[in-house]
Design a protein around this ligand. Structure first.
Ligand code: NAG
Ligand code: NAG
Length: 389
């Protein structure tokens, strides 16, 4: 009985019927190897089930609130039963996170979700499921199609004659924090749903460098400079590429200023030696005028990096491949462009140099071969193709 597997990309809406056997192959293709379009071609054959440009017009069949989150998120079901996670805009692109806000009470930003997807592709990590922007008509596409009375009841018209709603959640779901349209349209991010958990179970892993999520307490890594030695001896960080994957994740989060990486996920089916998935990137891009150096602590404590990552970072620091320029170009393809204001783009260039500086210091201290792990050679031999991950 084929089940629909569906996801969205910046350029189209895709519906693919796929059976349980091919789902794993498919996942590897999406997240591991190639672009969305290419991976679809591999699986879909002639690409007949790929509809470019359908996405921006595909109607929602129903809308429900996602339970359990701290901030309001909506699950949008399309008319063909595809689903995506909608995070409505809470902050304008110009607003910075107030200095007295903790990382755990910061807003989740829709544009950060979109930008994180593009950054992940530029870094060639391919660990973030596709995310795209969308302008939603709040009455027609949310209020009138939801069967959730609790959500429906939170709609109102503001004194400025804009449509607003707030839903139910544990943070910021009140009249004071209502999400208001202009006058009835609101921006948001739509993130592809990974396959149903019944089909492809995921495992959630605690980030060893997780923050304390407490106003006063410090985490162990903040007080123990040798913390990485401990992590290195603990499975699954004691073998395979997991520790190096965490270093990639650290760099990714530092570039966008995301302090909220408490967990990451893997597909259970693939065991421990598999790629990791970075969901929930909405707390990135909160401050452009500040570089949060504590996010880089795993890198400076461990002094390890994949050669492929190191090479790519060096490339992105060059004038002709400047990270900010590639990001700007990539983000222009989104319907809600511009996604990031210039100071955020420039902050990424500045932070990239800080990452390279940490790595240069590591190499000087410990020697190149103790810091940089040659992943390119091994993967090239295994696959018989160009290096990729
Ligand atoms: C949004 O949908 C309503 C119908 O529910 C329509 O009257 C309104 O014009 C739409 N707004 C825009 C900006 O298209
Ligand atoms: C996978 O990692 C976990 C550590 O969380 C470990 O307990 C388990 O034995 C590992 N599995 C394999 C097959 O190595």
């Amino acid at each position: 009985d084929p089940r629909p597997l569906r996801f969205t990309s910046g350029s189209g809406f895709i519906l693919i019927y796929i059976d349980q056997l091919t789902v794993h192959l498919f996942l590897i293709n999406i997240l591991f190897l190639r672009t969305l379009e290419e991976s679809c071609m591999l699986i879909c054959g002639d690409g007949s089930s790929y509809f470019p440009d359908k996405f921006s017009v595909t109607l929602f069949l129903s809308v429900a609130m996602k339970s359990g989150g701290t901030q309001l998120k909506l699950i949008m079901t399309f008319q063909n039963y595809g689903q995506a996670l909608f995070k409505p805009m809470k902050q304008t692109r110009e607003q910075e996170t107030p200095p007295d806000f903790f990382y755990f009470s910061d807003f989740e930003r829709h544009n950060a979700e979109i930008a994180a997807y593009h950054l992940d592709r530029i870094l060639d990590f391919r660990r973030v499921p596709p995310v795209t922007g969308r302008l939603v008509n709040m009455t027609k596409e949310i209020r009138d199609v939801t069967r959730d009375k609790k959500l429906w009841r939170t709609f109102f018209i503001s004194p400025a004659n804009n449509i607003c709603f707030y839903g139910e959640c544990s943070y910021y779901c009140s009249t004071e924090h209502a999400l208001c349209g202009k006058p009835d349209q609101i921006e948001g991010s739509l993130a592809a749903f990974l396959p149903d958990l019944a089909l492809a179970k995921r495992r959630t892993w605690r980030n060893p460098w997780r923050r304390s999520y407490h106003k006063r307490k410090k985490a162990e890594w903040e007080v123990d400079p040798d913390y990485c030695e401990e992590v290195k001896q603990t499975p699954p960080y004691d073998s395979g590429t997991r520790l190096l994957d965490i270093m990639d994740m650290t760099i990714f989060d530092f570039l966008m200023g995301n302090m909220d990486r408490h967990h990451y996920e893997t597909f259970e089916k693939f065991g421990n030696e598999t790629f990791i998935i970075h969901l929930d990137n909405g707390r990135g891009f909160g401050k452009h005028s500040h570089d949060e150096l504590s996010i880089l602590v795993p890198l400076s404590q461990c002094c390890r990096v994949k050669r492929s990552t190191h090479l790519r970072l060096q490339l992105l620091a060059k004038e002709e491949f400047r990270l900010s320029a590639l990001m700007e170009e990539s983000l222009q393809t989104d319907t809600l462009s511009p996604i990031l204001i210039r100071p955020h783009l420039e902050a990424m260039d500045r932070r990239l140099h800080l990452v390279l500086q940490v790595l240069a210091d590591c190499i000087e201290k410990e020697g190149y071969s103790n810091v940089v792990e040659d992943d390119l050679l091994v993967e090239g031999l295994n696959t018989g193709t160009a290096p990729q991950r």
